[in-house]
Write a protein that binds this ligand. Structure first.
Ligand code: SF4
Length: 291
């Protein structure tokens, strides 16, 4: 079901400011719910109070709110494009909230960091190039180099090869881009071969960084959903998770040390950073009052 709602506010301040791993100062969720349907998605956790995650709620007044809120901001900082949905999930093709939000962000001169699994981001290259005068980064999330496996664990998102091509296009257009390799799923995407191919294909595509998380977080409703999907798609794996992790929130991959060491070695060999560069304004820029 897709339905429209009215929101009371849009931008949230991100704790840790520009020191958080994605460099966000502000974050905005233009939608609630996500059509990509990744089996491990943390947004199903009960703390987010999303009743049915496959229902898509469109914040119909989001652009008006964004305009008003940015107009009153006195500190410039990187805006993130959502944490509980993908800003370029299929519905964005018709609704265009992300595109309109980028136009407002450009109008007020704010930097942006987009995280997505979709090649639809390429539609907005024209605006991204304008924002890039300040700072525009696009992180493409890729968890496996195997197209079939990506469609199994991220059924509503474009397959991995399309995501690598997206990085190539962004990189060729001068947009700062890289990979969020998150999560690395124990016993599913944590093989040495996946990590080796990931780094090589990132290099070929022109990715400037790969930011990994060698494990997955699991809690309450989200864990229940994940385990149901494991039973359907990976017979026997739920039992392995239960015996290894019980009720742990963070479930690291079994060969954490070995794989993270290998990853760091490969990235260093191929000149790929394992962190991203953030918008740097030498502290924080004060907006002039005539904006
Ligand atoms: S794309 Fe992100 S928000 Fe959407 S289902 Fe996947 S993990 Fe969740």
């Amino acid at each position: 079901m897709i339905k429209k709602i009215k929101a009371s506010t849009l931008l949230s301040n991100v704790q840790g400011g520009d020191n958080n791993i994605f460099g966000f100062k502000y974050n905005m969720n233009l939608y609630r719910g996500c059509q990509h349907g990744c089996i491990y998605c943390d947004s199903r956790s009960s703390c987010y109070r999303i009743e049915n995650f496959s229902d898509i709620l469109i914040k119909e007044n989001a652009i008006e709110l964004l305009d008003r809120e940015l107009k009153s901001k006195r500190i410039i900082g990187t805006i993130g494009t959502g944490s509980m949905n993908d800003p370029y999930m299929p519905v964005e093709r018709e609704v265009g909230l992300t595109r309109k939000a980028l136009e407002v962000i450009n109008k007020y001169g704010f930097p942006v960091h987009i995280i997505t699994k979709s090649n639809l981001v390429l539609r907005d290259l024209d605006i991204l190039k304008k924002i890039n005068n300040k700072y525009a980064a696009v992180s493409i999330t890729i968890t496996t180099t195997d197209d079939n496996l990506s469609l199994t664990i991220e059924p509503g998102a474009p397959k991995s090869s399309i995501r690598f091509e997206t990085i190539k296009s962004l990189s060729n257009e001068g947009i700062y881009t890289g990979i969020t390799l998150m999560p690395v799923l124990p016993y599913i995407t944590d093989s040495e071969i996946n990590i080796r191919e990931m780094v090589l294909r990132a290099k070929e595509a022109g990715a400037k960084y790969i930011m990994p998380c060698f494990g997955v977080t699991l809690r309450d409703v989200q864990r229940d959903y994940y385990y149901i999907e494991l039973i359907k798609k990976f017979p026997g794996l739920r039992e392995k998770y239960l015996s290894n992790y019980e009720n742990s929130y963070f479930c690291p991959i079994p060969e954490y040390k070995k794989i993270s060491y290998l990853f760091n070695e490969l990235c260093s060999k191929h000149g790929i950073s394992t962190k991203m560069d953030f918008y740097n304004d030498n502290k924080q820029e004060q907006l002039s009052f005539d904006i």
